[in-house]
Write a protein that binds this ligand. Structure first.
Ligand code: PLP
Length: 513
């Protein structure tokens, strides 16, 4: 055979890796929606004056809008656009979507029925952004309605009744909950303050007995930056180890990264750099971000899930999956026969925002950097108040997250007068030996009902342990380690300060009991 071999995943990087065996029965059985398929054929027709009487599309003259105006911060005119926007002191920039005048994605083009991956103009700007920031080797972009939509669709792509998926032992239940309904079970992998521990991941895979427990886990769902709920961020070293394990054990990695652009403690010379050319600014911005799993994915085994929820607004309901071609096509078939592509309003806004008429990629990066500084100062404020109001009680401590929106508050339940520790050896390694979980629940209720402040108790995020694959020697059951409260520093200083004062008071009261 002449010419280079291409791989079946379409990563185009010269490797021949067939990952199709990871697809679920549902994904294999799914065929392209015939109507969407014929629309694709029609869209590729070279005839310039093609008359379309093909589709049940309302004519654009019937759309009840011909112009949409977005008033956004002028990111070029302020050194810190988030602060000036918040204070109402900054200039605004007007971006418009038109039906008939020139713009990056017109109302006329955006609102007809479209096909799965999304509107070309929007995909193009997001693909350019993805290539610029993550530099993935020839992956493909599929638009979603945010990460919840992207992740739950990806779970269906791989999950079968009886499968086990891997994740952090404290994970995000809004995601881990969904595949339970069709019979996927979770295996929680031990974490520490740096996130999932690669050696623990490997241990699970080595120890897995396929005869007794069924197919070895083949999917790892992971939140590598500012992990929800613990706030941990995986180091480059851990990422490399995890990717190598994924290659050895043939894992698919689902990289759910909504907090990627909220990374803190950038060295001072990079935060207030002198005015640079747009390209230099983007390069400099990129250099402050930790390498992603996607950027190291030579096999096509990473599906990266991004969203605008945390950096524009959750109600945008717009995000994207970056994956190899095979998975992209399978996702497209799924979308074509279920939700259809995301709404046109969001796609139009993002396309204009990233285009010549809007912020452009450089302006968006300026916004992201400024947003990051804003969240960092909220984090620092919370930590200061925490030290004063909570740590001083001697009943709790907190981590300092490098990214994201959450701190993980550890409560010292062993100091509580009603703390019970039963020394029982030889029983199931997952049965609780303390009443930590009970005290945690009580604390949550007391803080809510008597102090008027709420945090999410760590038990909400704990992946239930299974005695089959949990080590019996020296293992501390997860229920004895669920001694945390998740707090967000996303709110205002007033909210943060009040919340911490109430937590301090609540702890003092609770521990006197
Ligand atoms: N994944 C994680 C880890 C999250 O923390 C969140 C939101 O809190 C989501 C996904 C949901 O993101 P989206 O709003 O894009 O659906």
């Amino acid at each position: 055979m002449d010419g280079p071999q291409t791989d079946s995943n379409g990563t185009g990087n010269g490797r021949v890796i067939d990952l199709s065996h990871h697809l679920s029965g549902e994904a294999r059985n799914r065929v392209a929606n015939p109507l969407k398929d014929i629309l694709r054929v029609i869209s590729e027709c070279p005839v310039t004056d093609l008359i379309s009487m093909a589709n049940g599309d309302p004519h654009h003259s019937l759309y009840p809008f011909r112009q949409i105006t977005y008033e956004v911060p002028s990111v070029q005119d302020a050194p810190d656009p988030v602060i000036s926007w918040r204070n109402n002191s900054g200039l605004a920039q007007i971006i418009r979507s038109y039906k008939d005048q020139e713009c990056a994605l017109s109302i006329r083009d955006a609102f007809p029925y479209s096909r799965a991956a999304g509107l070309k103009q929007c995909i193009d700007v997001i693909t350019d952004f993805t290539n610029l920031i993550f530099a993935p080797p020839n992956h493909h972009v599929t638009l979603t309605l945010g990460n919840s939509d992207g992740i739950t669709k990806v779970f269906r792509l791989f999950g079968e009744n009886g499968d086990h998926f891997l994740t952090d032992e404290f994970s995000f239940p809004s995601m881990t909950n969904s595949p339970l309904a069709y019979g996927v079970k979770w295996v929680g992998v031990k974490m520490d303050s740096g996130g999932i521990i690669p050696e623990e991941l490997e241990k699970v895979l080595v120890k897995w007995d396929e005869v007794k427990w069924g197919r070895r886990p083949h999917v790892l769902y992971i939140i590598p930056v500012g992990q929800n709920p613990t706030g941990s961020t995986l180091s480059v070293d851990r990422r490399k180890k995890i990717y190598a394990i994924a290659q050895t054990w043939d894992l698919i990695i689902i990289e759910d990264d909504p907090y990627y652009f909220l990374q803190y403690d950038i060295p001072p010379n990079q935060t207030h750099c002198p005015p640079a050319s747009p390209d230099e600014f983007i390069k400099d911005f990129r250099s402050t971000l930790i390498p992603t799993f996607l950027s190291m994915d030579v096999d096509g085994r990473v599906l990266r899930i991004d969203t605008f929820s945390k950096v524009l607004a959750p109600g945008m309901r717009l995000g994207w999956i970056t994956s190899n071609k095979l998975f992209h096509l399978k996702l497209a078939d799924y979308i074509d026969s279920s939700t259809q592509p995301p709404h046109a309003f969001g796609q139009m806004f993002v396309t204009e925002m990233l285009s010549e008429h809007g912020w452009k990629v450089e302006g968006f990066c300026r916004w992201l950097r400024s947003l990051c500084l804003d969240y960092q100062s909220r984090r620092d404020f919370l930590l200061d108040v925490f030290r004063r109001e909570v740590e001083s009680t001697g009943y709790a401590s907190v981590n300092c997250p490098e990214a994201g929106m959450f701190v993980w508050i550890e409560v010292f339940f062993e100091k509580h007068p009603r703390f019970v520790r039963e020394q029982c050896f030889g029983g199931s390694p997952v049965v609780a030996r303390t009443n930590t979980e009970y005290l945690l629940k009580e604390l949550f209720e007391r803080l809510m009902n008597t102090q008027g402040v709420v945090f999410i108790p760590s038990s909400t995020f704990a992946i239930p342990e299974n005695p089959l694959w949990v080590e019996s020697d020296g293992h501390v059951p997860l229920s004895d380690r669920t001694r945390f409260l998740r707090a967000t520093f996303g709110g205002t200083e007033e909210i943060i300060e009040k919340g911490m004062i109430r937590l301090g008071k609540g702890l003092l009261e609770f521990f006197q009991d």
